[in-house]
Design a protein around this ligand. Sequence first.
Ligand code: ZN
Length: 134
Amino acid sequence: MMSVLSLPPADGLVVPSGSMAELRRRRYELARQVAALTWDLGGLTYEMAVRDHYRLDVLARRAAELQEADAQLGEVQRLLANAQDGVHGQCRACGAVHSRGAAYCWHCGAQLLAEARPVVLGVDSIPGATAPAG
Ligand SMILES: [Zn+2]
């Protein structure tokens, strides 16, 4: 485990969860993480190719890690691009905002899609709901 935090601790300054400042910092962290994981995966694949011995379980695990970080990065970028208009809800685990259709919380990594589904499919339960007129 390696600590890469180079910023001095801000005395008395509490960044609210899901604020734009925190989003920007998280985007930077995630971009670095995605770049590092991509590099790792490439190196790992190369090593395996050289030895002509592919460990698919290892590659799949690394790829899943990269995919999750990449999804979180996309989410942060979406939120930053749309600012407040892009906010669709809040993470139940940590309270950070997330956009529509987000799979993972960019802040704590909690899964979001499963808990969002009942809200999205709630149309059936509305009494008197009919097919839209053409
Ligand atoms: Zn969260």
